[in-house]
Design a protein. Sequence first.
Length: 152
Amino acid sequence: MRAEILALAAQELHPRGASVAALRLVQAHFGWVSTAHLREVADLLGMSADDLDGVATYFNLLFRRPVGRHVIMLCDSVSCWIMGCEPLCAHLCQKLGIRPGETTADNAITLLPTVCIGHCDHAPAMLVDDTLHGDVTMESLDHLIDTLRNTP
């Protein structure tokens, strides 16, 4: 992985230009970006750990804490709010037995609220792992949860 990160950095005018790609690489391998991994990547890119942490915490698709095998990012922007994201969130919390920001006891699903995911014309919307879902209903949500619980 170090070689891959150094290769990414070599493609940039400034090595720090590879910071997001390097962090995504770490996350793809470990599921999240720990402080130890962040420090190591910062050293490889010639930047401070604080600067790289600023990058990592700016992007909501980079996780600085452990997450479940599946991550549901429920949009809570104005369009989704108007179209009913609050009842969906309450339903998710009840069905999963967690609150926003938490992970189920079986480590299967993490629920994260997020601002606009750019699917306002199909609100309410959510991003599940790398798949965008729009026009979400209670029924489609129940089906999705059942599918996620049975998917490694």
